[in-house]
Ligand binder design. Structure first.
Ligand code: SF4
Length: 494
């Protein structure tokens, strides 16, 4: 007998039946889960456990059991039969389908289900997931009268103590769930039929590989596209356009026709990439780079800010997912050599004022502040101006000095074939210096930086805390260093 179809498996069947089949029958072909995804899942689980406090003293069916969902379902049934009124991770199996729900609570002899989302918004996918859960549970628990999504309330501000009732927002999806039972009946039948066929469905790659989630089997399913100068290494082209080309048998950039009827291909950003690949040389728009360099006023520094966005507000006066700046690094030249300065805010206290005063003080002697994609930094500075209005004019002076190197790159005024359609600092770094390798760092992205910082809120030895701080600083400094060096690289070309 095959194992029941879980919610995750069902959602995959909605995206692509081949994805679903591979997930059920060939799970060993799955791509490794990225560190970012693992951290996002962990945060989701942590918030789910935290929300249990809304309905305290419940029974968790997953505690003290091996990861055996059949046992979870058995235990759920026993708890319901024994009169338990609050069950965490309640598990149900019906008609070959299996779902778990974060919280099941009984009031006035009627059950209400709650699914927790570590998010400020409700998405279509969340509603669909919950409707599927309702579809399965309702058949096991006839007196299930409501199904709610619990999301974090964007209006909530932390006072002295966390008020869990106000922190979460409850939204019932029962009307959608009731309306769509026939839909799930048909769709689950189609999924079961696919498994019965005993062979991998013949489905071609397409835009569905990325929507609503990036498929877990790109590594095996897309391996034929990993050819030199694949059409999929063209950046700034929409997925439907790329697939239109691919399905017309244009598999590489070299195979693109010289004159294109497709207006998207004629855009400058695309033509520059094509030219770079065909000639295998970097493309530099000398005129634009000259104009760019002409607005730079010495002395210059580059600056990068890292933020933490805790789902559960950590400091008084903050909201869920509010951006809390905790680290900035700047790099500048002194007698031809790079000098670095970094400021790290310990997690224990909300010392954003000290952060602001330091950044203002350290940058004031520079006339140009280079950044690579200033959107996050500008947002942080705007929030600091709101919080500390006395510093608004100084913040505005700092903002006026910012020059964003990414804007130049986003418009393809510089492109190297090694960038492979990727316009991030990470892809530029090895072009200017092979030693600038983000992949060699323990922290390689803003998301991992955020979670590493968050890990400091849990007790750590002094040695561990220091190691994390050093890793974060290394990451932030490399970002600022590559930005500065990239500017000098461009300036040297003109
Ligand atoms: S990579 Fe695309 S086609 Fe292949 S299984 Fe995943 S979604 Fe389906």
């Amino acid at each position: 007998m095959s194992s029941p179809i879980s919610k995750s498996a069902f959602i995959k069947s909605e995206q692509c039946l081949k994805h679903f089949y591979l997930y059920k029958k060939h799970p060993y072909l799955r791509d490794n889960l990225s560190k970012e995804k693992q951290l996002i899942f962990k945060r989701g689980n942590d918030i789910g456990v935290f929300a249990q406090q809304l309905f305290p003293n419940g029974m968790d069916v997953t505690i003290d059991e091996k990861r055996d969902q059949l046992l979870f379902a058995k235990k759920t049934k026993e708890l319901i039969d024994s009169g338990e009124t609050t069950i965490y991770e309640a598990t149900f199996i019906n008609d070959g389908l299996l779902v778990m729900v974060d919280i099941l609570h009984k009031e006035n002899n009627q059950w209400i289900a709650y699914e927790v989302k570590s998010s400020l918004k409700i998405t279509e996918t969340y509603v669909k997931d919950a409707c599927f859960q309702y579809y399965v549970i309702k058949n096991c628990l006839p007196n299930l009268v409501d199904f709610n999504l619990l999301t974090l309330n964007p209006k909530y501000t932390l006072d002295k103590k966390l008020d869990i009732q106000s922190l979460f927002k409850k939204t019932s999806i029962i009307n959608d769930a009731v309306k769509n039972t026939d839909y799930f009946l048909h769709k689950t039948q189609a999924a079961k039929f696919t498994l019965e066929q005993g062979k991998i469905p013949d489905i071609k790659i397409g835009t569905h590989c990325f929507h609503p989630y990036t498929c877990d089997f790109l590594g095996s399913c897309w391996k034929n596209t990993s050819i030199e100068n694949s059409i999929f290494t063209l950046g700034k082209l929409s997925k439907p356009t790329l697939f239109e080309l691919y399905n017309n048998n244009i598999k590489t950039i070299e195979e693109l026709p010289a004159i294109n009827e497709n207006e998207f291909l004629n855009k400058k950003e695309i033509q520059v990439q094509i030219e770079a690949v065909k000639k295998q040389t970097e493309q530099i728009n000398i005129l634009e780079i000259k104009t760019f360099v002409s607005i730079i006023q010495e002395p210059i520094c580059s600056l990068d800010i890292e933020v933490w966005m805790p789902a559960l507000p950590f400091y008084e006066g903050t909201k869920p997912f509010q951006q809390i700046p905790f680290l900035f690094s700047m790099v500048y030249k002194n007698k031809g050599l790079n000098e670095t300065y970094s400021y790290f805010k310990p997690i224990e206290n909300d010392n954003r004022l000290a952060f602001l005063e330091t950044i203002l003080d350290k940058t004031k002697s520079f006339n140009t502040i280079l950044m690579y994609d200033k959107s996050l930094e500008e947002s942080v500075l705007n929030q600091l101006a709101e919080l500390f209005p006395n510093y608004r004019s100084e913040i505005n002076v700092l903002k006026q000095k910012i020059v964003d190197v990414a804007e130049l790159i986003q418009k393809a005024n510089y492109y190297h074939p090694k960038m492979q359609g990727n316009f991030t600092l990470k892809s530029i770094a090895p072009i200017i210096n092979t030693e600038f390798d983000f992949n060699a760092l323990p922290i390689q992205s803003g998301i991992t930086a955020m979670y590493s910082y968050e890990s400091l809120s849990v007790e750590k030895t002094m040695f561990e805390a220091q190691e994390i701080e050093e890793q974060l600083i290394k990451y932030c400094e490399l970002d600022a260093l590559v930005t500065l060096e990239f500017y000098h690289y461009l300036a040297s070309k003109v």
